[in-house]
Ligand binder design. Structure first.
Ligand SMILES: Nc1ncnc2c1ncn2[C@@H]1O[C@H](COP(=O)(O)OP(=O)(O)OP(=O)(O)O)[C@@H](O)[C@H]1O
Ligand SMILES: [Mg+2]
Length: 411
């Protein structure tokens, strides 16, 4: 069945969304995991380098000045190799002996430089424990001039730590923009289809209806027709067809909103529906005031109320209570609450009921609420949502409309 296909399409679409999300999470997680692995490797390398550096320094300081040139040369090679890892050498009394790879402006005063180095030592201490350098005095055989080497990750390593997060954020932002653009064009296309179909339907219905009207008028003057009630019924049906055409033509153009009494409109729809539904359904319309005005397009609004009420009757299986409450909000809004005592909506399905094609009925198209949502949100700038629902107890749909802002207006 075609409608079942439509329903499955929705299910598949939301499944696809989860698959895409899962793949994105796997790619994101994998990228972070791999970069962390690289970071750890690099970190190990930097740490062993800095240990070698400290050892070399200790060794150089331990040797007497007359040491052979080769060792001096090797030591210097190692010491001057370090041009990326920031480090500071300080003794236990806080005297700073040297610093490497730390940005210091030559115009700074000594005090400022000292302050900067000391605050860096404090933060370095948190990252790694300092390495102790204890050179041996050759004449006494005892350590002298004990110093501590403080260090932190090189700028490259720090950048690499943040890199995957920056990269993933950029990709996420790009993905989001692409998704929005795609969604926008999809919605625009849907709009064109809705509007196009509606216009075409109204257009196509127009000709046969006016011809039918002409035929009815012709028959009315025919003395051969005995049963006039047939003509009256025909007239009613053609009138209804005309109303349907008006609805479609309104959907296909920018509909005119007028200030109308919602109570009267709702009563009118109920009066129309009453003879068409089971007498075991009790119908009641209640309002805060006798008249409550809001901005609506009559033909479209009636369509919405009709759709929501029909769903309510379906949900009650032809027996129960249908109640419409019209309320006036303090903020220029009007609420129309439509409650039934039907079977309710499964919590997992509440979000889907407005999707075109979503239906749980054998003979449903799943278009009633999609159309209602469109009419209320796009044409009335209002809202429609499931206000409450309990399985096996009933559902309340709420429609929010706008009132005229001009307080001097007297209806
Ligand atoms: N008052 C309600 N109580 C319980 N379920 C509801 C109610 N209103 C809507 N639903 C659920 O939402 C689904 C979608 O409603 P919608 O009016 O869009 O389509 P439909 O009634 O199935 O078909 P149609 O296109 O003929 O209106 C229904 O099939 C039903 O499962
Ligand atoms: Mg319906």
């Amino acid at each position: 069945m075609a409608k079942r296909d439509g329903f499955n399409l929705y299910e598949n679409k939301s499944n696809l969304k989860w698959v895409v999300l899962a793949i994105s999470v796997i790619i994101g997680g994998g990228s972070i995991f791999y970069t962390n692995f690289l970071v750890e490797k690099l970190q190990d390398r930097e740490r062993s380098f800095i240990r070698l550096y400290a050892k070399t320094l200790e060794f150089t300081l331990s040797e007497s000045v007359t040491i052979n040139q080769d060792i001096n040369f090797i030591s210097e090679e190692i010491i001057y190799q370090n041009n990326s890892i920031p480090m500071i050498i300080m003794d236990s009394l806080g005297v700073i002996y040297g610093a490497r790879n730390i940005e210091i402006d030559s115009s700074w005063t000594r005090a400022r430089i000292n302050n900067k180095l000391r605050s860096m030592v404090a933060s370095m201490k948190k990252d790694y424990p300092p390495i102790r350098i204890a050179p041996i005095d050759q004449s006494t055989g005892q350590p002298y001039l004990v110093q501590y080497l403080y260090y932190k990750n090189s700028a490259l390593l720090t950048q690499l730590t943040y890199y995957p997060y920056v990269q993933l954020s950029v990709i996420a932002i790009f993905g989001f923009i692409a998704y929005m653009a795609f969604n926008y064009s999809r919605v625009a296309e849907q709009n064109r289809v809705w509007v196009g179909m509606a216009k075409e339907t109204a257009h196509q219905l127009g000709t046969p209806i006016s011809s039918l009207m002409a035929w009815i008028e012709h028959l009315k003057t025919d003395p051969g027709i005995k049963d006039v009630t047939i003509l009256e019924e025909l007239d009613k049906d053609v009138h209804k067809l005309g109303l349907i055409t008006e609805r479609f033509s309104n959907i296909g153009s920018v509909p005119k909103l007028t200030n109308e009494d919602i109570m009267a409109e709702v009563e009118r729809v109920i009066a129309y529906l009453r003879p068409r539904i089971s007498s075991k359904v009790e119908m009641k319309v209640r309002g805060m005031n006798e008249q409550i005005f809001a901005q609506i397009n009559v033909a479209l609004f009636e369509w919405v109320i009709e759709n929501v009420c029909k769903n309510a009757v379906d949900a009650m299986g032809g027996e129960g209570k249908l109640e419409i409450n019209v309320l006036e909000g303090s903020d220029w809004r009007v609420f129309v609450d439509i409650s039934d005592t039907g079977k309710g909506i499964n919590p997992s399905k509440v979000k889907q009921v407005f999707n075109p094609g979503f239906t749980t009925k054998q003979r449903g198209w799943g278009l009633g609420l999609a159309l209602a949502k469109r009419i209320i949100e796009n044409y009335h700038k209002g809202k429609i949502y499931v206000k409450s629902t309990t399985v096996d107890h009933g559902t309340t749909f709420r429609i929010v409309l706008n009132r005229l802002h001009d307080s001097s207006y007297i209806p």
